[in-house]
Design a protein around this ligand. Structure first.
Ligand code: AMP
Length: 223
């Protein structure tokens, strides 16, 4: 099973992906997190990606495809995995087909209006050390300025500045939204209302996933 979370920056893909991981045991793979880790560790890949990320532009398809190809080989992805932030272009979507095309999949778009996502992006903080995201509505520790998990300092993400956010939204509309049609044609596309409390959104996602998993079990029983 593969779950692809689809939606603009700030729509809640990371938060919902974590909940899917906790509930169903499918690891969340975030290309953004993996790239930020490479930037923090100053690997050659991180050095290549940093400038583009800070400008709100996409890193090259080849780089992210390699990251995903490598990550999904991990034995803990055998039962399934959740993709957060990938694919972001039609080329990436086609490449995923070549990498792991036989796997059953569901694409869930988290629909949120633009004003809400911009407000969320402008107010969130991340741990400078481990990358955990802090939302002021949910986490009181944001006020203390320290990560609850590792004690690292909480900072604004370099690409959560108004100018860069505008660019990321433009990139989303121009390069990522067309990916929706790709999955609509494959009949694996669903969408949920991404407004309201985190648990409410997750309940909507859970309904879709439970139905999908029940379908997989039935198909297996028939074999
Ligand atoms: P995210 O955390 O998903 O918002 O990603 C942060 C940044 O990482 C993006 O603005 C891109 O610069 C880069 N990035 C993440 N995923 C991808 C991807 N699938 N393709 C290209 N660039 C990506």
């Amino acid at each position: 099973m593969r779950v692809i979370l689809f939606g603009p920056p700030g729509s809640g893909k990371g938060t919902q992906g974590d909940l899917i991981e906790k509930t169903y045991g499918f690891p969340r793979i975030s290309t953004g997190d993996l790239l930020r880790q490479a930037v923090r560790e100053q690997t050659p890949l991180g050095q290549k990606a940093a400038e583009l990320m800070n400008q709100g532009r996409l890193v090259s398809d080849e780089i992210v495809e390699e990251i995903v190809r490598d990550r999904i080989k991990d034995p803990n992805c055998q039962r399934g995995y959740v993709l957060d932030g990938f694919p972001r272009t039609i080329q990436q979507a086609k490449s995923l087909e070549r990498m792991d095309g036989k796997r059953r999949e569901i694409v869930i778009e988290i629909e949120v209006d633009v004003d809400t996502v911009i407000r969320r992006l402008l107010s969130r903080k991340v741990c400078s050390s481990c990358g955990t995201v802090y939302n002021p509505v949910l986490h009181s520790s944001q006020e203390k300025g320290k990560c609850e998990l590792c004690g690292g300092a909480l900072i604004e993400r370099a690409d959560d500045q108004p100018e860069v956010i505008r660019q990321r939204m433009k990139v989303y509309q121009e390069q990522t939204e067309p990916v929706r049609d790709f999955y609509l044609k494959k009949s694996v596309y669903r969408k949920v209302d991404g407004s309201g409390r985190i648990q409410e959104v997750f309940d909507r996602i859970k309904l879709l996933l439970d139905a999908e998993l029940a379908g997989i079990h039935e198909a297996k029983a028939r074999e």
